[in-house]
Design a protein around this ligand. Sequence first.
Ligand code: NAD
Ligand code: FES
Length: 292
Amino acid sequence: MFKILEREQLTDNIFKMVVEAKRVAKSCLPGQFVIVRMDEEGERIPLTICDYDTEKGTITIVFQIVGAGTMKLAKLQAGDAFLDFVGPLGRPSELCEENLDSLKQKKILFVAGGVGTAPVYPQVKWLHQHGIDADVIVGAKSKDILIMEKEMEAVAANLYVTTDDGSYGRSGMVTTTIQDLVNEGKKYDLCIAIGPMIMMKFVCKLTKELELPTVVSLNPIMVDGTGMCGACRVLVGGEVKFACVDGPEFDGHLVDFDNAMKRQQQYKTAEGRAMLKEQEGDTHHGGCGNCN
Ligand code: NAD
Ligand code: FES
């Protein structure tokens, strides 16, 4: 069992938990995720790793209530435990594999949208710990659902907070701030955008025009998290990829976001899954057992 050591409610429907998971914490790197299960009957829920402490053997997760599974999850308290806490899954951020000296020469811009702020944090923290500066834009619909501002401030070279309704920080969506920074003369070599699919789509549309290479982290529906079921199938540069094993990070300028968003909706119903099985043929996998 994996004990919840701390639980904090960040907003109306966003929660943070520190979980004892020594083996996961030991091998975890920024960019990876976990899949949790509360009990024998519980659904498998993929969750963003927001922080990890190798010494203490803990993983911090941040999640938003989006359905019955996460609603049940939010009811857990400190002292309760997960039956399964599988990870670290997915490939670590490519930044972790780059030469530190060449990374120091790069001007990096992170763009975090809503709950996507949680997976951005460990990447910026990792860079900061290795003496590498990065600018960060954090976007939220309004002030009351902005998360992790203080934590991000401590590790970002420059933090730009923007709210869609202008209730705090700059006004407008993250794309407005990217354009403003470029207009103000800021130059970047790499952008890393994590947030809702629609945000990543429009960030990539803009950064393509700005000729700014962009990495995105995709979180489509996942079931097994090991490349077997096919739930997380996405198209990248015209090729079939599975976000759980080939990603979650991809070249944003190659991702077919419209396909990913449409598939996400289709996958939610039995009829949609049956249709996907027909359309996708051999690359559908179907190991989830849900589409047969
Ligand atoms: P949200 O809808 O509140 O959006 C967050 C910010 O994204 C907005 O404030 C805005 O600045 C930007 N944004 C949204 N639409 C945009 C557009 N059309 N153009 C430009 N910018 C836009 O975000 P939320 O409610 O926190 O997001 C929840 C979604 O994020 C869920 O679907 C969840 O699955 C996903 N999510 C993704 C990841 C990931 O790893 N990619 C991680 C956590 C959550
Ligand atoms: Fe990726 Fe099953 S979750 S293949």
